[in-house]
Design a protein around this ligand. Structure first.
Ligand SMILES: Cc1cc2nc3c(=O)[nH]c(=O)nc-3n(C[C@H](O)[C@H](O)[C@H](O)COP(=O)(O)OP(=O)(O)OC[C@H]3O[C@@H](n4cnc5c(N)ncnc54)[C@H](O)[C@@H]3O)c2cc1C
Length: 324
C-alpha cells in the first residue's frame, strides 16, 4: 500500500508554513488581491524564514526540499491566498530549468543572485498565441558571435516586473520545430528587455503576471541552458516538477473555502435555525470527499515527477476543478 504519512520533519515544515500563512499571508491577502499588488514584502519575509527558494539545492544556497516537501509548503500557503502562492512559487518555477539543465557555473552565478540575498526570478514561456502548445511560440534567438539576439513577446509571466533574471524560451532554429527550441537565462536589466503591461486578472490578482517584450536583447552564449535544441525537453521536464504544485495549491484553496463555508454556516441563523444544521449546508461532506483524492493526486504527481520523470498532466486538472 502507498504510504502518504508525513515524517516528523515534514510535519514541522507544515507547521512552519501554516504559521507563516496565518501571520504573513492571510492578513494581507484581500488587500493585495483587490489592488492587484505584488506581495514583495511577503516574498521577502518568506526568504528570511527559508520558505522562498525551497527547491534550489542546498549546495547553491536554497533549502533543497524534495518534491513532496515543496507541496506541503504550497498547500499551506495557498490556504491563505492562491495569488500570493503563485507569486512565491514563480521563483521555483524559474529555478527548475536551471536545476535540471544548468552547468555548475550557471547555477553558482544565477542561484547565487537569489539565495545569497533576497531576489526573485521568472519563467518566460507563454506568448500571446502559445500557451499549452509550447512549440507554437514565436520568440527567436539568433546567434551573433558570442551572443544570442532575442526578439519576441512573452505574456502571463508571473512576477516579471520584479525578477532579477528570467528563463526565456526561444527558437534558435524554427525549421526544426521542437528540436529547434532553446532556453536562456536573461538578466532582466539586459538592454532591450521591457515589461510592457501588467494583466488585470479575474483571479490570483496578487501574482502580478506581466507582458514582457524582447527587442534586439543581447544575451551571452554562456547563458544558453543545456545546448541549442534542448528547450522543449527542459520546458516539459520543468512542468513535471512544477505542475503538482499547481494542483496542491488548488487543494489548499479548496480547504480554505471549506473552512470559510463551515464557519459561516455555523454562525448564520435563518428562521431561528443555524445554517449548519439545515439540509442546504450538507454540502460539507460532499466537498470534503473529493478534496482528499485531489491531495493524493497532487502528492502522487510529485512522486512520479521526482522518481520517474513521467508526464504529470492529470493532477492539476482534478484539483483545479475542485477549487473552482
Ligand atoms: C495566474 C497565471 C500565472 C501564469 N504564470 C506564468 C509564468 O510565470 N510563465 C509562463 O510562461 N506562463 C504563465 N502562465 C501562462 C500559463 O502557463 C498558460 O495560461 C497555459 O499554458 C495555458 O495557455 P493559454 O492560456 O494560452 O491557453 P490555451 O493553450 O489557449 O488553452 C485554452 C484551453 O484549451 C485547452 N487545450 C489546449 N490544447 C489542447 C489540446 N491539445 N487538447 C485539448 N484541450 C486543449 C486548454 O486546456 C484550455 O482549457 C500563467 C497563467 C496564469 C493564469
Amino acid at each position: 500500500m502507498i504510504d502518504f504519512e508525513l515524517t516528523d520533519e515534514q510535519r514541522a515544515l507544515q507547521q512552519l508554513s501554516r504559521e507563516f500563512t496565518a501571520n504573513e499571508i492571510a492578513p494581507v491577502a484581500a488587500q493585495l488581491d483587490r489592488g492587484g499588488e505584488f506581495p514583495l514584502d511577503v516574498c521577502r519575509k518568506a526568504f528570511d524564514v527559508g520558505l522562498l527558494t525551497i527547491a534550489i539545492p542546498e549546495q547553491y544556497g536554497g533549502a533543497g526540499l524534495s518534491g513532496l516537501d515543496c507541496l506541503i509548503v504550497r498547500e499551506e500557503n495557498a490556504a491563505g491566498c492562491a495569488g500570493i502562492t503563485t507569486a512565491m512559487g514563480a521563483v521555483d518555477l524559474a529555478a527548475t530549468p536551471l536545476r535540471l539543465a544548468g552547468s555548475d557555473d550557471q547555477k553558482k552565478a544565477f542561484f547565487g543572485q537569489i539565495t545569497s540575498e533576497f531576489g526573485l526570478a521568472s519563467y518566460a514561456l507563454t506568448e500571446p498565441d502559445a500557451g499549452s502548445d509550447v512549440a507554437g511560440i514565436k520568440t527567436k534567438a539568433i546567434k551573433h558571435g558570442s551572443e544570442y539576439v532575442l526578439n519576441g513577446t512573452k505574456r502571463w509571466i508571473t512576477g516579471a516586473a520584479y525578477a532579477r533574471w528570467l528563463v526565456v524560451f526561444a527558437y534558435t532554429d524554427a525549421a526544426r520545430y521542437r528540436d529547434g527550441l532553446s532556453a536562456f537565462i536573461v538578466p532582466s536589466d539586459t538592454p532591450g528587455v521591457r515589461v510592457t503591461r501588467k494583466e488585470d486578472m479575474m483571479g490570483q490578482r496578487a501574482s502580478a503576471t506581466c507582458e514582457i517584450v524582447f527587442e534586439e536583447a543581447r544575451v551571452p552564449a554562456a547563458n544558453l541552458l543545456g545546448g541549442e535544441g534542448a528547450g522543449f525537453k527542459i520546458a516539459m521536464g520543468t512542468f513535471n516538477f512544477t505542475r503538482p504544485g499547481t494542483a496542491i495549491a488548488a487543494v489548499g484553496l479548496a480547504r480554505c473555502a471549506m473552512d470559510h463555508a463551515v464557519r459561516y454556516a455555523a454562525d448564520r441563523v435563518v428562521l431561528f435555525l443555524r445554517l449548519l444544521g439545515m439540509r442546504v449546508a450538507s454540502g460539507e461532506s460532499d466537498l470534503s470527499v473529493p478534496e482528499r483524492p485531489a491531495a493524493l493526486f497532487g502528492h502522487a504527481g510529485s512522486r512520479h515527477a521526482a522518481g520517474h520523470r513521467r508526464r504529470v498532466a492529470q493532477p492539476p486538472g482534478l484539483a483545479c476543478r475542485l477549487a473552482q
